[in-house]
Design a protein around this ligand. Structure first.
Ligand SMILES: [Zn+2]
Length: 68
């Protein structure tokens, strides 16, 4: 998911909610997306909402969240 704080935006993994991409200035959304892709994150649209998954979470079923 995308987190916005004090003029910065940051990407956090939608599955584990632990891994994140370092914050950039709010107007640099494109750079944030580039950084995520370069770090092998997966960005995909599910039911009209963008989801962001870190490399670790792509290797295992997303249903892991239901175990929490
Ligand atoms: Zn993750």
């Amino acid at each position: 998911m995308i987190n916005r704080t004090y003029g910065k935006i940051e990407l956090t993994c939608d599955a584990c909610e632990l891994d994140s991409i370092a914050p950039v200035d709010a107007e640099d959304f494109d750079i944030l997306v580039d950084n995520a892709r370069n770090a092998n994150w997966k960005l995909c649209k599910e039911k009209g909402q963008w989801k962001h998954y870190c490399p670790d979470c792509q290797r295992q079923p997303i249903s892991r969240r239901s175990l929490l």
